[in-house]
Design a protein around this ligand. Structure first.
Ligand code: HEC
Length: 270
């Protein structure tokens, strides 16, 4: 309990006693006193729903109190009538008539302009891949299948260089607008997307992933990603309808070559 607030309320009520107010003023003061006590006087704070419930009960009981005897009822209605008709209340009346709608309008405005909070769940950037996918009618085993051209890197460097060079072509014809000239995800269109295009120079993207994982992501794009990868649907297109299987494996070679990274090694099965 907050003693300072309690003393302030008591002082206010005692001071009011000397003014010899009518029942309406007394009841209003009681209402305010209860509100101030519950809102500021109780530690830890009373939850808003409990406060609303309490104030509803208090309002109801004060209304009952004010209307149970003829005398009190008359006193209340006289007070209202004189507030609306008496010349000496003109200024408070005008203030109330303008002020109350203004407060309501302001509260409505405040609630309307509050920005919605983004969903609390974070987006999973690398959802687990399916075990197999179908690429143009062929089953691709994502667990065991490797980039078929990777071995050329040691066995036939010239042929390997040709694949990388085709990959460069594929990249600059299709991917550069989003993933950018330097593969940092700052292409011309990148700003328009949420999530933004992946930054392949970042060690937490392709360096952490197997080539078959990239094959899946490039072939299937954003459509059909699991729910963990929502609520913002990614703009990554599904390239299976535009590129050949070789083009996709080639662009993967180029992505690692350009960023000077190595794909994550396959897990060795016993
Ligand atoms: C219209 C814009 C757009 C284009 C064009 C685009 N991408 Fe993407 N790409 C994205 C976005 C956005 C993401 C990040 C969200 C996601 O993972 O789906 C992404 C993610 C990826 C990922 C996943 C990276 C990771 O860390 O999981 C790969 C791989 C990828 N893109 C490759 C490509 C390749 C290769 C091309 C060209 C053939 C390409 N993208 C073209 C927008 C694009």
């Amino acid at each position: 309990m907050n003693i300072v607030v309690l003393l302030a309320i008591a002082a206010g009520l005692i001071a009011l006693r000397f003014l010899k107010p009518n029942s309406l003023a007394w009841s209003s003061a009681t209402w305010v006193a209860v509100y101030v006590f519950l809102r500021y006087g109780v530690v830890p704070p009373v939850p808003a729903s409990v406060l609303t419930m309490f104030m509803f009960i208090i309002t109801l009981s004060l209304a009952v109190y004010l209307t149970t005897t003829e005398d009190r009822l008359k006193e209340v209605s006289n007070a209202f009538v004189s507030f609306f008709t008496d010349k000496k209340y003109t200024i408070p009346l005008v203030v109330a008539l303008i002020g109350l709608p203004f407060i309501v309008a302001f509260r409505v405005y405040q609630n309307l302009t509050q920005l919605p909070d983004p969903p609390v769940v974070g987006r999973t950037i690398h959802p687990p891949p399916p075990a197999t996918i179908t690429f143009k009618g062929r089953q691709v085993d994502l667990v065991d299948e490797d980039n078929p051209y990777r071995e050329l890197e040691t066995s036939d460097p010239t042929a390997f260089a040709e694949h990388v060079s085709n990959g460069r072509l594929v990249y600059y014809q299709n991917c550069v607008k989003c993933h950018g000239d330097n593969m940092v995800g700052d292409g011309l269109f990148a700003r328009g997307f949420n999530p933004i295009p992946a930054n392949f120079q970042d060690p937490t993207t392709i360096a952490m992933l197997q080539e078959s994982y990239l094959f899946w992501r490039i072939a299937k794009g954003a459509p059909g990603l699991p729910v963990e990868s929502t609520p913002w649907s990614s703009a990554m297109p599904a390239w299976e309808t535009f590129l050949s299987e070789e083009d996709i494996w080639d662009v993967i070679l180029f992505m690692y070559d350009f960023t000077d990274q190595r794909p994550r090694a396959k897990e060795v099965h016993e």
